[in-house]
Ligand binder design. Structure first.
Ligand SMILES: [Zn+2]
Length: 262
């Protein structure tokens, strides 16, 4: 038996809504993911309401070391500015870094120019690069097929590797980049009979079967998945793949030590 490690790595889902209708009506929350990895706190994809969802759960923005955007779409970036303001205590404590694809920082940036000075730095995400924040490293292995420049992420801590497949259309070669004990998938659509650049349930089944993580977590649900009940979708996928699959809930905290039970 392993002794209990002093660091408790966790991922808190500050929202599970994906795409327009779910986000615009706040049928589900859309606050992104709050990672606490060996004491390094990172906010991923702060959509609308992140400031509300995080403060409600007593997560402290001033403890964040970085904010990462997988892409510039509003449901992943709307609260970037307020979260930078909160992370840096209104600019009084110059602190933290923002990571985002080039097109989120270019001619129509997601960040107000005056807030850039509050940060320690802004870093451009590029295909195949790796980055570090404190004792955590992450890579952006492949550019996704989505309307704007988009990357998924593979995180490495001293003990763990886990992947986050952000918005994308399915493409050959997607799977090979996202190994790890844990796989988080943005699952927007129930069926794959649609013209949008999003993953569907059959895509998720294929990806999970291919990658065989210990645990897969589904999140970022569009209306069709929500109507089919995410827990039910996850239960069926678990049955079909033989892999533990969890439907994220708003506010759910997943402790990475749970991977040892799987
Ligand atoms: Zn998107």
């Amino acid at each position: 038996m392993e002794d209990s490690s002093p660091s408790s790595d966790s991922i808190t889902f500050l929202g599970t809504a994906g795409a327009r209708i779910m986000v615009a009506n706040q049928i589900l929350a859309s606050g992104g993911l709050w990672l606490d990895l060996s004491g390094t706190e990172i906010l991923l994809d702060p959509g609308p309401g992140t400031i509300v969802q995080s403060t409600k759960r007593k997560l402290r923005a001033d403890k964040l070391s970085a904010i990462i955007l997988s892409h510039r779409h509003l449901d992943h970036s709307a609260d970037t500015n307020i979260m930078i303001e909160a992370m840096t205590e209104g600019g009084f404590k110059r602190h933290g870094r923002l990571f985002a694809p080039g097109d989120a920082l270019g001619s129509e940036p997601v960040i107000f120019s005056y807030l850039k000075d509050y940060l320690e730095g802004v870093e451009v995400l590029q295909e195949g690069k790796s980055y570090s924040v404190g004792n955590i490293s992450f890579t952006t292995p492949v550019r996704h097929i989505h309307q704007v420049e988009t990357y998924g992420l593979v995180f490495r801590t001293t003990e763990r590797t886990f992947s986050y497949i952000a918005d994308t259309r399915y493409f050959d070669g997607l799977c090979q980049h996202y190994s790890g004990e844990l796989l988080i998938i943005n699952l927007v659509r129930l069926e794959d009979n649609h013209p949008f650049d999003h993953l569907s349930v059959p895509d998720a089944e294929h990806i999970i079967t291919e990658l065989k993580p210990k645990v897969a977590i589904l999140t970022h649900f569009g209306r069709t998945v929500w109507q089919a009940k995410p827990e039910e979708v996850a239960r069926r996928l678990s049955q079909d793949t033989g892999i533990k699959i969890i439907a994220a809930r708003d506010g759910m905290r997943f402790d990475l030590s749970q991977l040892d039970e799987s």
